[in-house]
Design a protein around this ligand. Sequence first.
Ligand code: FPP
Length: 237
Amino acid sequence: MAAIPHHIAIVMDGNGRWATRRFLPRVAGHKKGLDALRVCVRHCGEVGVKVLTVFAFSSENWNRPPEEVSGLMELLAGALSREVPQLHGEGVRIHFIGDRSRLSDKVQAGLAQAEKATAGNTRLVFNICFNYGGRWDVAQAAACLAARGEPITEHSLDRAMALAHVSDPDLLIRTGGEQRISNFLLWQAAYSELYFSDKLWPDFDPAALDAAIADYGRRERRFGRTSEQTTPARQAA
Ligand code: FPP
């Protein structure tokens, strides 16, 4: 059986284009994107992925039209009340990753409540990056160490990062046809396998996720070593 990535990270791109092609407002694309995300979380649990990290709102997304920003905030608030009980029932542990200070008190309380309610779950760790940026994460980790008077090393920075509770992503998927990182997991994706799909995120179904996982299974991960060092059969040959 092909290797299943322990940790998958996803840039869920293409919601806006999905909506625009249907003459719908962009927020309708994000709603469809939430539907696709619900299915994706369930499928990850079914196939044995243990950690899923998604980019739901970047630090730069505040620059979008106000109605789109408020639509995404409403989607988050709605998801907290509607989706969290269901995810809890499915054994999903939720973490919100990002700068919460700019979110409303009500939403901040909802995030904390969702994390607390699901803290004992072990089937799948689900990290939702919201008001997140990879550069923000490196800076906040460094500031945290400086405030504690601790030396800044690779190890100490890694421990102070917002995703310190999970191992680095094995597979990083970006949908929507673009091939860039867009300030997502800059530190943690150092050795992730990258997979780009032309599908728009609302169309990224379980079959598309299976295709990404199968592609990952064919990759040779060397982590800076040579092929001979990482493949026992080649060592023997
Ligand atoms: C990028 O597509 C997508 C986003 C900025 C938002 C992603 C949000 C969801 C999938 C919904 C889940 C939401 C919550 C609250 C958990 P884009 O709008 O940049 O698409 P485009 O490139 O086609 O314009």
